[in-house]
Ligand binder design. Structure first.
Ligand code: CA
Length: 127
């Protein structure tokens, strides 16, 4: 991988801290680098990304991932491949209240980290 990028399982990852962007702006910035917002296809990959966020102390702020249901409400797809998400890590609260919960108002996904591994960390947000 290039400088500033970290490798995991044949892919390259970079955590970018910016001022507030829309999801589309963030994806556009990634494309300029020949990349996409991240897709996360397994728990192992999620664990790697969790560690990357912890190392960079990214708490209490959302980090966009490449997951959106803009094209078809309720059908979450990865932006790089267009594939439906099979693996997911949506937050669950009190067994009765789960993400994604924003319906048509929230069509893009972030990781919002607690310090605890095992705390499911994906939330849907406005794009
Ligand atoms: Ca939605």
């Amino acid at each position: 991988c290039s400088a500033g990028w970290e490798s995991y399982d044949d892919n390259c990852y970079s955590l970018i801290k910016t001022d507030a962007l829309t999801w589309m702006e963030a994806e556009g910035q990634c494309k300029e680098w020949g990349a996409h917002l991240v897709s996360i296809l397994s728990q192992n990959e999620m664990d790697f990304i969790h560690d990357l966020l912890v190392q960079n102390e990214v708490f209490n702020t959302g980090t966009y991932i490449g997951l959106t249901d803009t094209d078809e409400e309720g059908i979450w797809r990865w932006v790089d491949s267009g594939q439906k998400a099979i693996y997911s890590y949506w937050e669950v609260r009190q067994n009765t209240y789960s993400e994604p919960d924003g319906s048509f108002l929230e069509n893009c996904a972030v990781i919002l980290l607690s310090s605890l591994r095992g705390h499911r960390s994906w939330r849907d947000v406005p794009c």
